[in-house]
Design a protein around this ligand. Structure first.
Ligand code: GLN
Ligand code: ZN
Length: 758
């Protein structure tokens, strides 16, 4: 029997209680005490579930009202002065950092948010200004441990480590992580001292940054920080926890320090096995072996895991503890809420609760005498071997098409320069052509319609008719505003990935599979269960209807294969590149059908292009970008030279992958630029970016209406940096979340600014 450890547990609540409670608190419907009670109830439920499953190392302080990285900032005293000056309670100061504060004539923006490594979770980026003083603040860490203890649960407190904290925070200008060594090292040392004084058995310090690229200076900082901190741990054990990959650069440094236990990820960090075998694992340390995947939803293959654990056991003299590969924050709560999903599919899935069962069964099987004939192993292997997945969603035609792909399928001809001229005379657009990114405000009436259809209150025919009249109005409105390339508004789409998944066999959808994306926001990622195929066109009717209403070109709107892949839970029995190509072929069919139906401009959105970029730069191209770019090229390589292909990207930095973006070979790209103050322009210029581009001229995430002069000024700057013949004028992103009252004047100003530039 092995001991079991959980790195972290989901915290939003099986029924999203956390979202509901925090939102009520924000509205003033409950007070701080009410919110505290809700948090306490959630923690209790999570500890009880883990205790019942026999977990030996149950985390505490993995709970958070918004984000644990922000909790850490507050606990270390790293709160920017402008929030402290609001004079609020610690809880409200915390929420001011998370959401911004606007009241009584005071207006302070929230801290920025960034993606947590290559997951879809976003953390708040702490800011350490020149006046920040590190000093322990608050008692959350100790309180939650004591709270669990009073329920009879001895927990392992979890904290983010100082290296990850410094590397992911925004530091005062001109400073580097090493400048904070003394200050932050001292606070962590004091913290460990306090935990040790409470006779806490073990503390988990998370340092996921150790799986990324590290410089010599980072490694030196790591070693000296921990030499200082660990000197104060007394008899308390310290577990250094890593996840999301292997620790190849830091392996030596980690093993040379006085950690009692080291947690390694063997799911995403396959390389860790080699490191361990070649370099050896120190005799005095316990290995926490992450073998149950915290980032995907499939059942664990017990036979494989047991073989791996046997192998690891031989190299860790002091023993191993069975662990999740990372926190379970990235998977939904429980499959048991999926009452509408067919059992044949459901049996392949393991969310957080099911993973607790897997941990227990694996731990028991590990020590079992006649493991080979154990019923639990037999049942597991039967599920693993069950071919429902590939029988119900195995499409020979798709497999054949993938196998038959050749280089030519990924190349569009003629080259961009020639297409540019052909399209110029075909489309006859003015200079500084204006367009939008696709969606228009999803107002209450649209959402009501969708709900009415779902509840069976209206027929599909009535629904379609209503949406058609929305489209009719929108086309008329865009013509009045004077836009050059129109859109149909995307009213029929709930979500840009979900809508595509629903129309492509191979995807599964959950009823309650919520995963925290940030703070109060959850997402329900679809599951790519089997082969993906497009059976019939599903966007063509909408787009051709919109096109029939105007002499101006209407853009066909599609979601690209990489975005669909990156916002789903992918199957694990096919390489990601094959899944990407399957989706690409499905979208390709849609592109060609749109072209055949007379659509001249087609946009294929890839806002999530960057999301699965490997954490180590050396792997960017060969492990990801090479096939991601090719999948996109496969989508549009079949169209004629006069058909104009657009793409759209947002949410992240594109400067360092600008070459690959150009290689995607779209004719036009619209890109988020307004928030970064158009610094994107310098990048485009420096790289001689040759294709057409529409750097967003205003930020659609804000309700503000941009004045005409401001847009004019942005366009003038573009003119100074880019080829005038290749500049497009558009907002930053889709208008879905805005109101019509904000959108119409904004677009009018945009059109006027473009006209005055001509
Ligand atoms: N076409 C989509 C829209 O306008 C793009 C959304 C996005 O970039 N996330 O809504
Ligand atoms: Zn966007």
């Amino acid at each position: 029997m092995l001991d079991v450890s959980v790195v972290g547990y989901p915290r939003i609540g099986a029924d999203r209680e956390l979202k509901k409670a925090t939102e009520q608190y924000f509205k003033g419907a409950i007070d701080a005490e009410g919110l505290a009670r809700a948090g306490s109830a959630l923690r209790a439920a999570h500890w009880d579930a883990q205790k019942a499953a026999g977990v030996r190392y149950i985390p505490s302080n993995d709970f958070s009202f918004y984000d644990t990285f922000l909790d850490t900032a507050q606990a270390l005293g790293a709160v920017p002065t402008r929030y402290l000056e609001l004079g609020l309670s610690p809880l409200d100061t915390y929420f001011a950092m998370a959401r911004g504060f606007q009241r009584d004539g005071r207006d302070v923006k929230a801290l920025p948010m960034k993606k947590w490594f290559n997951t879809n979770y976003h953390y708040m980026v702490p800011e350490i200004d020149a006046r920040s003083r590190f000093a322990l603040a608050g008692t959350k860490l100790l309180d939650e441990h004591a709270e669990a203890e009073s329920r009879g649960v001895a927990t392992k407190p979890v904290i983010h480590g100082p290296l990850t904290f410094l590397k992911l925070s925004r530091l005062a200008d001109g400073t580097a992580p090493a400048d904070y060594e003394e200050a932050i090292g001292e606070v962590y040392a004091e913290l460990l001292g306090r935990l040790a004084a409470r006779r806490i058995e073990i503390v988990q310090i998370d340092e996921p940054i150790l799986v990324a690229d590290l410089s010599e200076a980072d490694l030196r900082l790591f070693t000296s920080l921990y030499s200082r901190i660990l000197a104060r741990k007394g008899s308390m054990k310290v577990l250094l926890q890593t996840y999301f990959g292997d620790v190849r650069d830091a392996y030596g440094a980690i093993m040379g320090l006085d950690f009692d236990a080291v947690g390694l990820d063997f799911v995403e960090g396959g390389e860790n096995v080699r490191l361990l075998k070649e370099t050896g694992f120190p005799e005095g340390k316990i290995l926490f072996a992450g073998v149950v995947n915290g980032r995907n939803v499939w059942r664990n293959d017990y036979r494989k895991s047991l073989e791996l654990l046997d192998d690891l056991g031989r190299h860790a003299a002091k023993g191993i503890v069975l662990s999740t590969s990372c926190s379970l924050l990235f998977v939904p709560y429980s499959v048991k809420y999926e009452t509408e999903m067919d059992f044949r599919y459901k049996r392949h899935l393991a969310f957080a609760e099911e993973k607790l069962v897997e941990l227990r069964e694996l731990a028991e099987l590990f020590g079992a005498e006649r493991r080979g004939t154990d019923e639990r192993l037999r049942r597991n292997q039967e599920i693993i071997r069950d071919k429902t997945q590939s029988r119900d969603f195995f499409f020979q035609d798709v497999r054949d098409r993938i196998a038959a792909l050749s280089k030519a399928d990924f190349d569009r001809s003629p080259a961009f320069a020639e297409r540019f001229e052909i399209q110029r005379s075909a489309l006859k657009l003015p200079l500084f052509p204006t367009t939008t990114i696709g969606s228009f405000p999803q107002t209450g009436d649209v959402r009501k319609l969708r709900k009415a259809l779902k509840d069976g209150e209206i027929t599909e025919k009535q629904y379609n008719e209503k949406l058609r009249s929305k489209i009719r109005e929108l086309i008329k409105l865009q013509e009045e505003i004077g836009l050059d390339v129109l859109v149909h508004g995307e009213y029929e789409r709930n979500d840009m990935v979900e809508y595509f998944g629903e129309n492509l066999p191979g995807f599964l959808f959950t009823q309650n599979g919520w995963v925290q994306s940030y703070g109060t926001r959850g997402v329900k990622p679809p599951i790519i269960f089997g082969d993906v195929r497009r059976e019939k066109a599903f966007t063509v009717e909408w787009i051709t209807f919109a096109q029939s209403l105007s002499a101006k070109p209407v853009k066909g709107m599609l979601t690209g294969p990489i975005t669909i892949l990156n916002w789903s839970f992918p199957r694990e029995d096919l390489p990601l590149r094959d899944i990407a190509n399957q989706i690409a072929l499905a979208i390709r069919d849609e592109v060609l059908d749109l072209e055949r139906a007379g659509i001249k401009v087609i946009q294929i959105d890839e806002p999530a292009l960057r999301e699965k970029l490997p954490l180590r730069r050396a792997n960017w191209k060969k492990d990801y970008l090479d096939w991601a770019v090719k999948a996109f090229r496969l989508v549009h390589s079949g169209v004629g030279p006069a058909t104009q292909i657009h793409t759209h990207m947002c949410y992240s930095e594109f400067a360092d992958i600008i070459r690959e973006i150009e290689e995607m070979d779209a004719d036009v790209i619209s890109i988020e630029a307004a928030r970064s103050d158009l610094t994107m322009l310098n990048v485009l210029k420096a790289n001689n970016y040759a294709h057409q581009v529409g750097p967003g001229v205003y930020d659609i995430h804000s309700p503000r209406v941009p004045p005409e002069e401001e847009i004019h000024e942005a366009l003038s700057r573009m003119k100074g940096k880019l080829d005038v013949a290749k500049i497009w004028v558009n907002p930053d992103c889709g208008l879905k979340t805005r109101t019509m009252e904000e959108t119409v004047p904004s677009l009018k100003n945009l059109v006027h600014a473009a006209r005055s530039m001509r």
